[in-house]
Ligand binder design. Structure first.
Ligand SMILES: [Zn+2]
Length: 201
C-alpha cells in the first residue's frame, strides 16, 4: 500500500530532523578529527556519507581542548563509539617554525599570556608565556604526530575506555589514506625487499 511507504518516509524524515531529541546516534557512531586543509576530502577519503559522522576540523587535525570537549559530548552522550583522526602530508602545520609564529604574534598583539583563548571563558589563558608555542602545535613529523593524537584521546579521562580510536595519514600526493609510518612509496622502489621476499617464497 502506498500509505505505508509514505508513512515510512515521513517517519524517516522526522528521525533525521529530530535525531538529537530522539537520541539517535549518527549512522556510524563515529567522530572524526581532521585537518582543515582544503585538499583533504574527509568524507571521500573515509568513504562516509552525510549523516555518518560528527566531524571536527582544525589546523592539523590535532587534539585541542575543543576536540576534547566535542569528543566528550559525542562519546558520552550521543552514542558515538569510534574516533578516527585524519592528518595529512604537506600539512601547513609543518610549514613554519614555532618561534617564528610566536614572535610574529607577539609583534602584533603584545603579551600573549593575557589573551583569552576562548572569548566566552576569559579565565582560559596561558599563564606561562612560553606555552603559546605549544598551544599553536606546529609539528615536523606527520606520522609521529598522528600516533600521538590517538594517545592523547586514549588517555583522556573524558573519553570512555570502550571507544575505538585510530589515526590515519592522508597522502595529498596520492589521494589515499595510510597508517602512520606505513609508506608504500618506500617499498615499491626497494628492490632488495622484493628479492628477499622472492627467496622466502
Ligand atoms: Zn593540514
Amino acid at each position: 500500500m502506498l500509505y505505508e511507504t509514505l508513512d515510512q518516509q515521513i517517519k524517516n524524515y522526522a528521525d533525521w530532523v529530530l535525531r538529537r531529541q530522539r537520541g539517535i546516534p549518527n549512522n556510524r557512531r563515529l567522530f572524526v578529527v581532521a585537518c582543515m586543509d582544503e585538499r583533504l576530502p574527509v568524507e571521500e577519503a573515509l568513504g562516509i556519507d552525510k549523516g555518518d559522522a560528527h566531524i571536527f576540523r582544525n589546523a592539523g587535525g590535532l587534539v585541542t581542548d575543543d576536540v576534547i570537549r566535542s569528543a566528550m559530548l559525542t562519546t558520552n552522550f550521543f552514542g558515538t563509539e569510534e574516533i578516527i583522526i585524519v592528518n595529512h602530508t604537506e600539512c601547513g602545520m609543518m610549514s613554519a617554525k614555532t618561534e617564528t609564529l610566536v614572535q610574529a604574534m607577539k609583534d602584533k598583539v603584545g603579551n600573549l599570556e593575557q589573551v583569552a583563548l576562548d572569548p566566552s571563558l576569559p579565565e582560559l589563558t596561558l599563564t606561562d608565556p612560553n606555552a603559546f608555542g605549544r598551544w599553536i602545535k606546529m609539528f615536523d613529523d606527520v606520522d609521529a604526530i598522528s600516533e600521538a593524537q590517538v594517545k592523547f584521546l586514549r588517555n583522556h579521562p573524558f573519553i570512555p575506555a570502550h571507544v575505538s580510536i585510530h589515526s590515519y595519514v592522508y597522502e595529498v600526493e596520492t589521494g589515499r589514506l595510510r597508517k602512520p609510518h606505513e609508506r608504500l612509496a618506500e617499498h615499491v622502489n626497494d628492490a632488495r625487499t622484493m628479492i628477499e621476499h622472492a627467496y622466502l617464497a
